[in-house]
Design a protein around this ligand. Structure first.
Ligand SMILES: Cc1ncc(COP(=O)(O)O)c(C=O)c1O
Length: 401
């Protein structure tokens, strides 16, 4: 078994090639062990109890918050709010900050390559406040030209929301440059970090992010836990998103006052074992090390794009430079529907994604209705890439061409 795969029970005793890492990643045994230890040793409702298990559950949960804060370079732990996932993090900002701060005449700028999670919340805010939704377009290579964002981000722009890495093209956006420009115009910047946090070091302050959203399950953590970073000054001013237990200071019959951040935004019983699992995933990432992770992904992506380029029936979308794909290679095979591509590859025990990838505006922009997508992670191997490309090369034959 390949070097990195030994830690992943799901890869044992089978020949499955898992190339759907942009959808969700696999979990190493260290993550499961950390969650099991929480459940076996101190499972209790955190933040409530005064007995030992609950105190330890609270400590584990707050330690996880600290790990997340350090991981993305937040200044303070209280700037990290645990959510279910990137989607919930962005919705929190849309409902709480967006509905409170935006009005007719204002503009929200997003890129055409956003995941639906970073489009629909802003459509909702736009409908409810009258603020206008403006799209920053990219070229066929995935690059958003400077003239595009400097023309469309104006004094009317109150919010710029963009993915650091596209889940379809894998391109990394120039977040810092766009954020600097947006800040000069007085706008707030939200960064969707769902596809960047698994693949590269992130520092929210160096990025210029006022808000930063990501999901645990895309970086080897469990499903159902994610995080929102918010600059403390903004979070303090924002009203709660959800209301209920845990997030209050005091409650009268007809009114309530709220706890300070982060509790103000964490209504109800929290996902403490999920947070512990996410922290363990971050520790695991750190143990493997960014150098190994990024080198392995770069090597595999170059190999994959190089070998696909030998197949004339395959069109790869986005930037011709494999180093600008973050392990994500979106493609079509001439004359074969991407769903058929995925089904045929499944019969070869190869998992890829096919469809619109929750990015329909980008699909239309690229002039396609759907594509196939192979997304790699550092635990994938050269042999898997070769077997995958051999299978892709046989697809048209299987379809009877
Ligand atoms: C760029 C991007 N943003 C947001 C999401 C949504 O993530 P989740 O389903 O974990 O909320 C995804 C998921 O694929 C994504 O790739």
């Amino acid at each position: 078994m390949a070097r990195f795969q030994e830690d992943f029970p799901i890869f044992r005793d089978n020949d499955v090639i898992y190339f759907d890492n942009a959808a969700t990643t696999q979990r190493p045994v260290q993550v499961m062990d950390a969650m099991r230890a929480f459940n076996d040793e101190c499972n209790a409702n955190p933040l409530r109890g005064l007995y030992d298990w609950s105190v330890r559950a609270t400590e584990a949960y707050e330690d996880a918050r600290h790990t997340v804060a350090q991981f993305i370079g937040a200044e303070r732990d209280c700037e990290i709010i645990f959510t279910r996932n990137t989607t919930e993090s962005i919705n929190l900002v849309a409902y709480s900050w967006g509905l409170t701060n935006l009005k007719e005449g204002d503009e929200i700028a997003i890129t055409v390559m956003e995941h639906h999670s970073d489009i629909l919340p802003w459509q909702m805010v736009s409908r409810q406040t009258g603020a206008k939704l403006v799209y920053l377009e990219c070229g066929q290579d995935g690059v958003i030209p400077k003239e595009e964002y400097t023309a469309k981000i104006t004094e009317h722009t109150r919010l710029v929301a963009l993915a650091e890495v596209s889940n379809v093209l894998g391109i990394t956006n120039p977040v810092r440059e766009i954020a600097d420009f947006a800040h000069d115009k007085g706008a707030v910047v939200l960064v969707d970090g769902a596809q960047s946090t698994p693949h590269m070091p992130v520092n929210v302050r160096e990025l210029g992010a006022d808000f930063f959203a990501f999901s645990g399950h895309k970086l080897m953590g469990p499903m159902g836990i994610g995080a929102l970073y918010g600059r403390i000054g903004l979070l303090n001013e924002m009203p709660p998103f959800l209301t209920g237990g845990e997030m209050i200071e005091s409650v009268d019959r007809y009114s309530a006052t709220f706890a300070p951040v982060p509790e103000k935004f964490e209504a109800g019983t929290v996902n403490a074992s999920g947070a512990v699992g996410l922290a363990a995933a971050i520790e695991y990432l750190k143990k493997v090390g960014w150098d190994d992770i990024m080198n392995q992904e770069r090597m595999l992506t170059r190999r994959l794009m190089g070998e696909l380029a030998e197949l004339p029936e395959v069109t790869v979308y986005g930037n011709p430079d494999p180093d600008r794909h973050c392990g994500i290679v979106t493609f079509n095979i001439e004359g074969v529907h991407p769903h058929d591509v995925a089904s045929i590859l499944d019969s070869e025990h190869i998992c890829i994604r096919a469809g619109h990838h929750c990015a329909q505006p980008l699909m239309k922009h690229l002039g396609v209705s759907s594509t196939a997508r192979a997304s790699l992670y550092f635990y994938n191997t050269e042999e898997e890439v070769d077997r995958f490309v051999r299978a892709v090369g046989k697809v048209r034959g299987w379809m009877g061409y």
